[in-house]
Design a protein. Structure first.
Length: 298
């Protein structure tokens, strides 16, 4: 019975249990905009900030961060409402709607709170948007940019995200959501599904299906449908940029890679054959080497 309840998000670890299980030796919790934000800071040297995408967590960077932290100070964090950060709440304690403007304000405030003066931004998917957005709005802070399978242009939402734009499903997330949908979504972001490790799948399930996180997603998906991402701003990014894309990406089309490369004046493009939407997790060694090589040129 308990297994069945877990399959629908009706049972599972509580907040403290999840913190004990998924906090890193480098984890700290930082107050920002009234949110207890899960942050990992490791290594020393020039600052590198990493931002994950939808339904992920800072753990998606584990293997990449392990390599980069040998030369750099790596800062990564769980975006609300994901990972160990969980949702942002309004004055009544309900999960608040999180749109583009919210996430821009959040990243600005957190980097200020962490006293990040100059850094390289590294972002995947929606975290890729937040990274290039930071570079465009705060050129004084960002000296280099790595974006992987990034959001930036108007496109059809992946089916596993589009589901949450339906009011009935957004409402249902307050109470339940079938775990098989999340398993299908995780498999969908890998080019080679055989590379998905059991412990990684379990981590995605436990963190996403945690009731406060899951129930806030219906208020988060508005970020993809409300506000303007402003791809015309890409032309104003002046720092050097590395664009990495998996040619088996089913979530953000490979066609977008060439558009980013065209519209960002000081960029280079690397295509990873046979790789899906999250290259830093599917092929971390290659991704880390490309990041290090790029950063060393700045």
């Amino acid at each position: 019975m308990n297994t069945l309840l877990k399959e629908f998000g009706l049972a599972g670890p509580d907040k403290l249990t999840l913190r004990d299980k998924y906090s890193l030796s480098t984890s700290v919790f930082v107050q920002c905009m009234g949110i207890d934000v899960h942050v990992s800071i490791e290594g020393s040297g020039p600052d590198v900030v990493m931002i994950h995408g939808f339904a992920a967590s800072l753990h998606t960077w584990d293997e990449t961060a392990k390599q980069l932290s040998k030369q750099f100070r790596v800062i990564r964090f769980d975006l609300p409402p994901f990972g160990l950060t969980g949702p942002a709440r309004d004055d009544q304690g309900f999960a608040r709607k999180m749109d583009v403007a919210f996430y821009q304000q959040f990243v600005d405030a957190l980097l200020d709170e962490l006293n990040i003066k100059k850094c390289v931004m590294v972002g995947n998917s929606f975290g890729g948007f937040l990274s290039w957005d930071q570079a465009q709005r705060h050129p004084e802070r960002v000296r280099g940019l790595v974006i992987s399978d990034a959001v930036g242009y108007q496109q059809s939402l992946p089916i596993y995200i589009r589901l949450f734009t339906f009011k009935a499903i957004a409402w249902l997330t307050r109470y339940t959501i079938p775990a098989f949908l999340l398993r299908m979504a995780v498999r969908d972001v890998y080019g080679d599904k055989a590379k998905i490790k059991k412990e990684i799948m379990n981590r995605y399930l436990e963190l996403f299906m945690h009731k406060p996180n899951r129930s806030a997603v219906g208020n988060m998906v508005g970020v993809f449908t409300d506000g303007e991402l402003g791809p015309e701003r890409l032309a104003h990014i002046r720092c050097k940029a590395l664009i990495v894309w998996g040619d088996k990406d089913r979530w953000v089309s490979i066609d977008m890679a060439s558009r980013f490369h065209r519209d960002m004046p000081n960029s280079e493009l690397k295509i990873y054959r046979g790789v899906g939407h999250i290259p830093m997790e599917e092929t971390p060694e290659r991704f880390a080497i490309d990041c290090i090589t790029f950063i060393e040129t700045l």
